[in-house]
Design a protein around this ligand. Structure first.
Ligand code: ASP
Length: 223
């Protein structure tokens, strides 16, 4: 994006820009991924509905059944600080399968799935992107750092914001943070999570536990 005054391109414009920048076009869907995708839908839908998937007038009905965020994951977060102290946050593409066509997750949304402010810290999220979008989770955590909270408290505040969200869908969230001083932490609404940390004097990364901050989860049942 150093060639444009923009920070976000989507759809055909993004494809065009990639071509202009010399990127090769290819199909990113592997046969293995296609098989997993089809297998789950076939197990849940009657065969005629599965065959007509592209034309179904009520595809929305199937999304709640097929899209269980506890079953699909795959997004990866990276937080980096260079020798000058500059911070950077990166996220891989969304790992949420069986979503409704056109659904945009938090992963590419600056402020939701990732945020870096050289003055305070860098943050990235995995989990149910809708929650991170609604609460601006990555940006909020950086703002809590700016307000003077230590890492642990800033993380707790950001997760509490998620716990206060209304609505019928609330699932897991995982957050990592690296501050200007090089301190790092991870938080998860599920127990037993961890993340990898590697400093410049280290040969191997170490596994660091994430703080467990539970929230009340719900999935489509009420209302
Ligand atoms: N955050 C991603 C999304 O909502 C999913 C993930 O973390 O795997 O699209």
């Amino acid at each position: 994006m150093e060639s444009l005054p923009h920070v976000f391109l989507v759809g055909r414009g993004a494809e065009r820009f990639a071509r202009e920048m010399g990127s090769a076009e290819c199909d990113l869907l592997t046969p293995e991924a296609a098989q997993v995708w089809a297998g789950r839908l076939q197990a849940m839908m009657p065969e005629p509905a599965f065959r007509k998937l592209a034309e179904l007038p009520d595809l929305w009905r199937w999304v709640e059944l097929a899209t269980d965020p506890e079953l699909a994951r795959g997004t990866v977060n990276f937080l980096v600080q260079d020798a000058q102290g500059d911070l950077c946050a990166g996220t891989s593409t969304s790992g949420w399968a069986w979503k409704y066509p056109g659904r945009l997750g938090d992963t590419p949304v600056i402020g939701a799935g990732l945020y870096a402010d050289n003055r305070y810290g860098a943050v990235a999220c995995t989990g149910m992107g809708e929650m991170a979008i609604r609460a601006s989770t990555a940006r909020s955590l950086v703002l809590y750092l700016k307000l003077g909270h230590p890492l642990a408290e800033a993380g707790r505040q950001a997760v509490h914001d998620l716990d206060d969200l209304g609505g019928r869908y609330r699932s897991r969230m995982n957050i990592v943070v690296l501050n200007r001083a090089g301190q790092h932490a991870g938080f998860s609404t599920d127990p037993g999570g961890n993340y990898l940390f590697m400093g410049d004097a280290m040969d191997e990364p170490v596994t660091v536990p994430r703080a467990h901050i539970p929230i009340a989860k719900r999935w489509g049942l009420q209302g």
